[in-house]
Design a protein around this ligand. Structure first.
Ligand code: PLP
Length: 259
């Protein structure tokens, strides 16, 4: 197989900056072959999310099944999962038939403030998705919601990362590099603990950064890179995508994996 195959299970962003659209751009530019199982359509632009249409869980599973039975994949990335029924169905499908690495980006709220996960679904993410994660990529807010902890210091980030390992994730990267009080991400696979320093970029062109980062890691794992190498490449990649982002729209422009 000459191209690493990545299945992305996530939501569509009509503005092209985040979600499935950002995932596919990222997988492609890093040399992988991307497939998609779309969980929800969103009507959004750079100023916000104006509508969300969840896809029927059985149809999401059908998208996964037909890709798996024909093309197959080397890694999976999950993003916006929207609701409890979608999480239950997707976790069942992954548990039943996927042995490849799974990168779980526990998407909850867009940077614009719009909810992308139902309020009652955090428990389902903890119970069903976290234990499936070869790699879990929460931001600080998501790490706080998943662990029930407040994170104010670097020590508390490490404690939260350990708590996420205890919940069943095989490895975790907590994204805090964009916050001036931290300026670093915290990675652990339970054996190694790494702090990944971040050059803080003062910009609002950051729409989709979480999606791009997790997809870049999934592509690396599909390409059989060691986890730490996949994370470091993803880190460099997202930094560049932020630096080279152009101003589109009146709101928060997308980071750009391609420009
Ligand atoms: N829209 C979709 C479909 C997403 O999956 C995500 C993030 O995961 C977003 C929007 C939010 O992007 P951001 O928070 O980077 O603006």
């Amino acid at each position: 197989m000459s191209r690493a195959r990545v299945l992305v299970i996530a939501g569509s962003d009509s503005s092209g900056g985040a979600g499935i659209q950002a995932d596919l751009k990222t997988v492609s530019i890093l040399g992988g072959f991307g497939m998609t199982a779309i969980t929800a359509l969103t009507a959004q632009n750079t100023t916000g999310v104006f509508g969300v249409l969840p896809i029927d869980p059985a149809f999401v599973i059908q998208q996964i099944d037909v890709c798996l039975s024909d093309i197959g994949f080397d890694a999976v990335k999950t993003g916006m999962l929207a609701s409890v029924p979608l999480i239950e169905a997707i976790a069942d499908a992954l548990q039943r038939q996927v042995t490849q690495p799974v990168v779980v980006d526990p998407v909850m709220i867009a940077k614009s403030g719009a909810p992308l996960l139902a309020d009652d679904a955090v428990g389902a993410v903890i119970r069903r998705m976290v234990p499936l994660a070869t790699m879990l990529t929460p931001n600080l807010h998501e790490a706080e919601r998943l662990t029930g902890r407040t994170i104010r210091t670097p020590d508390q980030i490490r404690e939260a990362a350990q708590a996420l390992l205890d919940l069943g994730a095989k490895a975790v990267v907590i994204k805090a590099g964009h916050r001036p009080e931290f300026e670093q991400d915290c990675f652990t696979d339970g054996r190694d603990w790494l702090t990944l320093p971040t050059k803080r970029i003062d910009t609002t062109r950051t729409h989709g950064t979480g999606c791009i980062f997790a997809s870049a890691i999934a592509t690396g794992l599909a390409q059989r890179m060691p986890l730490v190498d996949a994370v470091n490449r993803a880190k460099r990649f997202i930094q560049r995508a932020i630096e080279q982002a152009l101003p589109f729209g009146a709101g928060r422009s997308p980071a750009d994996p391609i420009a």
